[in-house]
Design a protein around this ligand. Structure first.
Ligand code: PMP
Length: 291
């Protein structure tokens, strides 16, 4: 099946995906009441796997789903193996929903979560060297964007609008502050300083975002976790998106503001892309599998 995995992990078993069935009373189906995570295996090991599992655990805790993520590395190891993806680059998707219960907003505490995961081949370029364009939209999502929940309708609508209009992403603003994009975080460079929105309830604290901030700090690039205002956009010199599958994507245009001409990526974005590549190579060679 194109783009579908052959095998999925569902509630303790690895089974053919065509046989994987979930109740219509699962709260994930009824309410989008669940948390998900996406991580990559690169050169045979998980790229910042522990950080992804920690975020999954923290988000589950925030919405009061009890699930011990420490069982996952063993499960994922088997899943990757039966998916014939051992030592291959792949994407791992995990979702934990609250489970099955009669439909009521308030949730019972004594139900078993529904746990599903799969792995798919996923090849990334060493460096994402194709600049992309984005458009902006008022952030019409809720006020807990720090929770990586499966109910992604706001993000889905925003991204669909971008794609249908020939852009890669929609970038949100809230009260004039640029927050993040529909499936990525956003960084700006202004007068040699790198800016990104602080990790509060208005954005998802991306693992790639944290990696980039650390890379800047370690390499004497000044970085501020401070929002750029919409009115700052004409003064910005460079802009880029970050995300697990996006990696670091230079932005050539935000609405009518042009940042890159002739695909010539700005010097600080380029440097960070190179540092990210070096890190990817060193991490994936050095770190053992999450266990
Ligand atoms: N913001 C949103 C809304 C996201 O969905 C994502 C993940 N695709 C990100 C930021 C980037 O997070 P990460 O670097 O952990 O993939």
């Amino acid at each position: 099946m194109a783009n579908y995995p052959d095998k999925v992990f569902l509630n303790g078993e690895i089974i053919p995906s065509t046989e994987a069935k979930v109740s219509v009373f699962d709260r994930g189906f009824l309410f989008g009441d669940g948390i998900y995570e996406v991580m990559l295996q690169i050169n045979g090991s998980y790229f910042f796997g522990q950080e992804h599992l920690n975020r999954l655990s923290e988000c589950l805790h925030k919405i009061n789903i009890e699930y011990d993520v420490t069982v996952l590395p063993e499960i994922l190891k088997k899943l990757v193996s039966v998916s014939n993806l051992e030592h291959k680059d792949c994407l791992i998707y995990i979702q934990v929903t609250r489970g099955i219960a009669p439909r009521k907003h308030a949730f019972p505490l004594d139900i078993e979560p529904t746990v599903m995961a799969y792995a798919l081949p996923f090849l990334l370029p060493e460096i994402n060297d194709k600049p992309i364009s984005v458009i902006t939209q008022k952030d019409f999502r809720w006020h807990r964007c720090d929770i990586k929940m499966t109910s992604l309708l706001g993000n889905v609508m925003a991204n669909d609008w971008a794609i249908k209009n020939g852009h890669f992403e929609t970038v949100f603003y809230r009260d004039d502050k640029i927050t993040e994009a529909s499936h990525s975080n956003i960084f700006f460079v202004k007068n040699d300083v790198v800016y990104t929105h602080p990790a509060d309830e208005n954005i998802l604290n991306g693992i790639t975002r944290a990696i980039v901030i650390n890379l800047c700090k370690k390499n004497n690039i000044e970085v501020q976790e401070e929002a750029i205002m919409q009115s700052d956009l004409p003064m910005v010199n460079e802009a880029f998106l970050t995300g697990t599958s996006t990696q670091i994507a230079a932005i050539n245009m935000i609405d009518d503001h042009v940042y890159i001409k002739n695909n010539k990526i700005g010097p600080i974005t380029k440097k960070i892309q190179q540092l990210f590549l070096n890190l990817k190579n060193s991490q994936t060679k050095r770190l053992p599998q999450v266990s």
